[in-house]
Design a protein around this ligand. Structure first.
Ligand code: GRF
Length: 217
């Protein structure tokens, strides 16, 4: 099997990146992580990736001031140099310009800690608690120019418990993120995803269990 070459963009802790790296160690996984790019020099995930023997590069956005285009061109160069074919955003906290998004059209995915289209943006867990939702979770979606808006590939849900705090909720959602992100990347890398009318169709997904995870936690 020829594995797809995957780049991961991070800004911080990198636990989702670590979940992707762990999944990709399996010989039958259809993708390999060939490069981790961080826009923050101090991101914990950079050390984690290095310890795993993955190539890393830091491209500090601060050095580019307001010039998002120059920052992105630098990222693009690094990604091309490493032959990256698919891109995963994993806690990457920079908005991307339409130029960069177009380059990676249908080849770039993101993980968002909420059941989209609910709770786009930041502070999703606090807002879910404030809204009193009973089910919360995470979504993996293709990236389009609008933030947290592209076709949804996979979602995982958990029940909200009485007495949940932002922290307890975040921890259970994060456990879900670590399951659905590698699973969604595997679907994309193995060519099982088709976009029809802005929605994601998954080949061989008659069984909803293949794109929905509702664990008992
Ligand atoms: C995750 O909750 C992810 O959903 C969001 O940012 C957080 C990143 O965490 N986009 P980590 O860096 O993967 O640990």
């Amino acid at each position: 099997m020829i594995k797809k070459r995957v780049g991961v963009l991070i800004s911080g802790r990198g636990s989702n990146m670590a979940a992707l790296i762990a999944a990709a160690k399996d010989a039958s996984y259809p993708a390999e992580i060939v490069l981790v790019v961080s826009n923050r020099p101090e991101a914990l995930g950079v050390a984690t990736a290095r310890a795993e023997g993955i190539a890393t590069t830091v491209i500090d956005h601060v050095a580019f001031g307001k010039d998002r285009g120059a920052f992105e061109r630098k990222m693009q160069e690094a990604l091309e140099r490493h032959g990256v074919e698919l891109l995963c955003l994993a806690g990457f906290m920079r908005l991307l310009t339409p130029w960069f998004v177009a380059r990676w059209h249908n080849r770039m995915i993101n993980i968002h800690p909420a059941l989209l289209p609910a709770f786009k943006g930041l502070d999703t867990h606090a807002r879910a608690l404030a809204a009193g939702v009973k089910i919360h979770g995470a979504s993996v979606h293709l990236v389009v120019s609008d933030v947290d808006a592209g076709p949804i590939i996979m979602q995982g849900a958990i029940g909200v418990r009485e007495g949940d705090t932002e922290e307890t909720l975040a921890a259970r959602v994060l456990a879900i993120e670590h399951r659905i992100y590698p699973a969604a990347l595997a679907l994309l890398a193995s060519g099982r995803i088709r976009i029809v009318d802005g929605r994601c169709l998954i080949e061989g997904a008659d069984d909803p269990a293949s794109h929905l995870i509702v664990p008992d936690i």
